[in-house]
Write a protein that binds this ligand. Sequence first.
Ligand SMILES: *[C@@H]1O[C@H](CO)[C@@H](O)[C@H](O)[C@H]1NC(C)=O
Ligand SMILES: *[C@@H]1O[C@H](CO)[C@@H](O)[C@H](O)[C@H]1NC(C)=O
Ligand SMILES: *[C@@H]1O[C@H](CO)[C@@H](O)[C@H](O)[C@H]1NC(C)=O
Ligand SMILES: *[C@@H]1O[C@H](CO)[C@@H](O)[C@H](O)[C@H]1NC(C)=O
Ligand SMILES: *[C@@H]1O[C@H](CO)[C@@H](O)[C@H](O)[C@H]1NC(C)=O
Ligand SMILES: *[C@@H]1O[C@H](CO)[C@@H](O)[C@H](O)[C@H]1NC(C)=O
Ligand SMILES: *[C@@H]1O[C@H](CO)[C@@H](O)[C@H](O)[C@H]1NC(C)=O
Ligand SMILES: [Zn+2]
Length: 480
Amino acid sequence: MLPSILPLALLLGAACANQLLLPRDLPPAVAANASTYTDCANAEWPPSEVGAELVPQAPDDELKEMLDAVSAANIETIIKKLVSFGTRHSMSNQTDPVRGIGAARDWIASEMRKHANASEGRMTVSVPGYVQGVASRILFPTKISNVLATIKGSSDPSRVYVVTGHYDTRVSDVLDYTSDAPGANDDGSGVALVMELARILASKSPKATIILGAVAGEEQNLYGSTFLAQTLKNSSTNVEAMLNADTVGSSTGSRGQRDPFTIRVFAQGPPLTESSTTSSTRLTIGGENDSPARELARFSNEVAANDATGMNIAIIYRLDRFLRGGDHSPFLAQGYAAVRYTEPNENYDHQHQDIRIENGTQYGDLVDYVDFEYNARVGKVVLATLWSIANAPGQPRNVTVDTTTLSNDSTLKWIRSSGEDVKGYEVVWRATTAPLWDRVLDVGLTGKATLPVSKDNVIFGVRAVGTNGYKSPAVIPFPG
Ligand SMILES: *[C@@H]1O[C@H](CO)[C@@H](O)[C@H](O)[C@H]1NC(C)=O
Ligand SMILES: *[C@@H]1O[C@H](CO)[C@@H](O)[C@H](O)[C@H]1NC(C)=O
Ligand SMILES: *[C@@H]1O[C@H](CO)[C@@H](O)[C@H](O)[C@H]1NC(C)=O
Ligand SMILES: *[C@@H]1O[C@H](CO)[C@@H](O)[C@H](O)[C@H]1NC(C)=O
Ligand SMILES: *[C@@H]1O[C@H](CO)[C@@H](O)[C@H](O)[C@H]1NC(C)=O
Ligand SMILES: *[C@@H]1O[C@H](CO)[C@@H](O)[C@H](O)[C@H]1NC(C)=O
Ligand SMILES: *[C@@H]1O[C@H](CO)[C@@H](O)[C@H](O)[C@H]1NC(C)=O
Ligand SMILES: [Zn+2]
């Protein structure tokens, strides 16, 4: 036991590492001599004798230029066009050239094809779909079509990143497919974001493959996203991350509260697809807060909460909001890492509502309630995340920590990526109670590192560093 006379904080911290090696039962005289420890009063715990404070990855000039190109005016134009189709309900008319989801689908595809034209063949546009049979929210067999713009990766095309918004909409009655359902924010904002990213990325050459999708059937049961996630899984596609942008166009809540510089990112804990062995090991090692989705959210926070986006990122340790679902869920169900971006303050009068004025209150998901500048800033967050992850090397594989003997040190191993674009690896870590990685050690181009830091006190991660300086999300080690 530490003598109670010593405040714990005095014992802790980077400058205090040696003090921690004192015998457990300190002689009372030493214990009483608290001045010995005062240098340590404000230090972090656990102490770190190695590594450095983790400095977030900053956008390079190319990325900054791309972020500057995200246009609120373009987003406004796109959302207004989407609203002009009257309703985009999944069961609405699919052949009318002006009104209904079919007209919206064709317009989105034609815009995407225009962007693809600037890509020198890197970007291709497809509209895969299937007929969804009658179900609780489907009254008659209904074609569900996704519009996908795929940018083939230049050096690692088999590694895939997906971003989607849903272009279908609804009103109060989820089965009402004829009334006007503008869906300006839910999810015109996400579709506009995806289309604006397609415009900017069309002329770029990311290392890994990017799929930018406008999916349908979200309001009826996440049908379009489920079809997309299953198609990718069935073709054994290596989707390393999926980003769902849904309702990202307004920062003003029901009580008028505003937070125009924050975007929430919802990230689920332990994957339900994990084997029971893996999930019980995860509990044993305290890895509950380090699911692939949470590492993805941490990555997004590191690369996209900065002056270049003008945004803060609020990571929510949760799959989604209560009573709500989203298009990241079908990807999680296939074992892919996936997160959801959603505005910080929602206004339920403007979601899933018939357009009407009732008791003096305007209801409906109208374009009037979208803040295009805010929507554009969220676009920058998603773009910074997507570009940074698609240009970093793939995540280290089979990351393990040696737990075969008691040791004050920690030995980590991983399989080195095969690509030539890897400069080396970094070990990152944080206290078990800390939300974000805060220490880092460059360990070079290796598959093994031993650190004089006890694995009992921290969460470790390993990340790959590219020759271009881009860094992958971190992967936590399991005992191996
Ligand atoms: C108490 O601290 C002072 C100043 O650091 C040191 O000189 C002295 O030896 C310490 N006394 C004991 C009993 O540790
Ligand atoms: C869809 O619109 C087209 C063109 O206006 C019309 O001919 C067709 O009957 C409509 N289909 C349905 C199912 O209402
Ligand atoms: C594609 O580019 C070519 C040549 O720049 C142009 O003639 C054509 O109209 C473009 N097509 C579309 C759909 O924008
Ligand atoms: C994917 O494969 C599963 C299992 O074979 C099958 O049930 C499902 O229909 C397939 N989905 C798609 C979209 O191909
Ligand atoms: C409007 O007022 C009526 C009468 O007080 C009430 O029954 C109704 O629930 C109110 N509508 C809404 C949406 O609050
Ligand atoms: C890496 O992990 C995969 C998946 O768990 C496993 O199948 C494979 O055997 C591992 N490879 C090595 C070299 O340990
Ligand atoms: C831990 O470190 C201490 C101090 O260096 C050393 O005496 C001890 O043997 C180490 N324990 C193990 C299990 O390596
Ligand atoms: Zn939505």
